[in-house]
Design a protein around this ligand. Structure first.
Ligand code: ZN
Length: 197
């Protein structure tokens, strides 16, 4: 039996008991916006941005990067579900700053077991399989948070499937204070053109 599974099901039973009117929420987000952010366990977009069920789309991946799949979700978010304003939120102390494509590929090639990090970087425990398949994935690592937010806002802004009247805001969440820090150059790059298609 999994302890985590038991914990989740126990909490869920209570949540469902008090679900009430939330069962009647419509599918489109009530506040018409979407957040693209990192999967980091310290980030809780519902809390840091004040979201209730039904309010907004939250798209998460490692780094909160504007990957092809994140853009797929954003396009569905506006085209079919009516969001009109987007946020790209990366954060301080992101794990994606601790390695490069080269490091990740080398670790995966040598072993599928968990790697460990110390002052010298990531090290492989060795002894468990290993695959060259990591070469086929762009890991979308981050070397500078402001730059990664800017690049992702720019990529979304320039995407041919994204209408130019959707504003895209760029922020960094500070894991030590819980505060959202504006990345002005990203928000400038993501500015909407109200009269454009
Ligand atoms: Zn992160």
């Amino acid at each position: 039996m999994s302890k985590i599974r038991d914990e989740i099901l126990s909490v869920n039973a209570k949540y469902a008991e008090e679900f009430g009117e939330k069962g009647r929420l419509p599918m489109p987000p009530g506040r018409h916006f979407a957040i693209l952010t990192c999967m980091d366990a310290r980030l809780d977009p519902a809390k840091y941005a004040g979201l209730a069920e039904g309010d907004a789309h939250v798209i998460r991946n490692a780094g909160g990067r504007a990957s092809d799949d994140a853009i797929r979700s954003l396009v569905i978010s506006y085209k079919l579900l009516g969001t009109r304003e987007w946020f790209v939120i990366h954060h301080t102390d992101c794990g994606m700053e601790t390695f490069t494509d080269e490091v990740m590929r080398k670790l995966l090639r040598s072993s599928l077991k968990c790697a460990a990090i110390d002052a010298g970087g990531w090290h492989d425990a060795g002894g468990g399989g290993g695959s060259a398949e990591g070469e086929m994935i762009s890991w979308l690592t981050i070397s500078d948070q402001s730059q990664s937010v800017l690049e992702d806002v720019q990529r979304i802004r320039r995407h041919p499937l994204v209408p130019r009247d959707i504003p895209i805001h760029g922020y960094i969440y500070d894991v030590h204070t819980g505060r959202l820090i504006d990345v002005p150059q990203a928000t400038a790059a993501g500015r909407a053109e109200p009269h454009a298609a």
